[in-house]
Design a binder for this molecule. Structure first.
Ligand SMILES: *Cc1c(COP(=O)(O)O)cnc(C)c1O
Length: 364
């Protein structure tokens, strides 16, 4: 008997590997594997989630009107150009399914966010990975990879898992050199953490072109990864497409309420950003003091380079034995590296000490 078969490309997709959360047997697990904010759920969001319990039998507001209004107010954007999703991943899938497809190529950088490859392949596109320079997207090489079949380009800025950032002027030049029919998706999941003035999350390009979108998320600095809420800012014609194809009730009642409350939490982003600006350098310096290379990062994590796959696996095993979970990034073509989230002050101290002990023992 034949069993139902998906399209052939579906079985070429490697399932997304999420950061693990538990270590069996450890009495305290320090989870630094998913770039979740260091401070948990904003208190106002937590209260809002509880308050929505009695409304959970009702369908959510499919247009997410109050949330889009709150986002517009917070960032000075026209709410009519905002679309919300069940995480920004939801929107990344919709871009691939709407603008990709058989014969419609997608370009990403070699160590770009893995969802672009998964969602692009799912859509039936060929997904082209362009080599990077110094673990930073090489925009000239990406431009050279563009062909008449190219329809979509994804650029995470800053990128996960490398932490590298492309200055706004370079992104603008890149956009200007791309054919107008190519949609450029600027994934700014870590925008709130960036302190370098040369950065722009993408608002200016969305405003000045008809073919650029910016995606954002509540999963990182806003501490709501478990609620699944993200959004994009896009030109009207692209908003129209998303509103045709997205799930009509893609963002739950609780997620909408939590996001609105998180936006209203006084000082939340400032606190997260200031903590990161203080502890990311401490984390990096501590690991470097242990004798390991750390790549520069603009996000809430650093990429530790152990030079060999064997050393990265050994360090990961050592950290786990000490109750610390970081992220292996072999799936991103970086099997010799580990990605470490900037946690609380305590957690930064614990992981720095663990790396120091690891290299001390490795030296024998
Ligand atoms: C975490 C992350 C996202 C956000 O995903 P959500 O679906 O919004 O939780 C998007 N892009 C990148 C590069 C990320 O690291």
């Amino acid at each position: 008997m034949n069993s139902p078969a998906p399209r052939a490309e579906i079985l070429r997709i490697e399932p997304y590997v999420a950061g693990e959360s538990e270590l069996p047997g450890a009495n305290r697990t320090v989870k630094l594997s998913s770039n979740e904010g260091a401070f948990g759920v904003p208190p106002a969001a937590r209260a809002a989630i509880v308050a929505t319990a009695a409304e959970a039998y009702r369908y959510p507001d499919g247009a997410a009107d109050p949330l889009r209004a709150a986002l517009g107010k917070r960032w000075g954007l026209d709410p009519a150009r905002i679309v919300c999703g069940a995480g920004s991943d939801d929107l990344l899938y919709q871009f691939c399914l709407s603008y990709g497809g058989p014969g419609r190529d997608i370009i990403m950088s070699a160590h770009g966010f893995s969802i672009y490859h998964i969602a692009g392949t799912y859509a039936g596109s060929r997904v082209i990975k362009v080599p990077e320079r110094h673990l930073t997207a090489d925009l000239d090489a990406m431009l050279a990879a563009v062909s008449p079949a190219t329809r979509l380009i994804f650029l995470a800025n800053p990128n996960n898992p490398t932490g590298s950032m492309v200055p706004a002027a370079d992104v603008a030049r890149f956009r200007a050199a791309l054919p107008p029919e190519v949609l450029l998706v600027l994934d700014a999941a870590y925008a709130e953490y960036v302190t370098r003035p040369a950065y722009d999350a993408g608002v200016k390009l969305v405003d000045s072109t008809a073919n650029t979108v910016m995606t954002r998320t509540f999963s990182k600095i806003f501490g709501l990864g478990g609620m699944r809420i993200g959004w994009c800012y896009a030109p009207p014609a692209i908003v129209d497409v998303l509103n045709r194809v997205r799930g009509p009730f893609n963002v739950s009642v609780a997620a909408q309420a939590a996001a609105i409350a998180a936006l209203g939490e006084p000082g939340w982003v400032e606190k997260g950003c200031a903590h990161n600006a203080e502890y990311r350098p401490k984390l990096a310096a501590g690991i470097e003091a242990a004798g390991l290379k750390v790549w520069p990062s603009e996000a809430n994590f650093v990429l530790v380079d152990l030079a060999t796959t064997q050393a990265a696996n050994a360090a990961d095993a050592f950290l786990r034995a000490n109750g610390i979970i970081v992220r292996k990034v072999g799936g991103y073509g970086l099997p010799h590296c580990l990605r470490v989230t900037v946690g609380t002050a305590d957690e930064v101290g614990l992981v720095v000490d663990a790396f120091a002990e690891f290299t001390r023992q490795a030296r024998g």
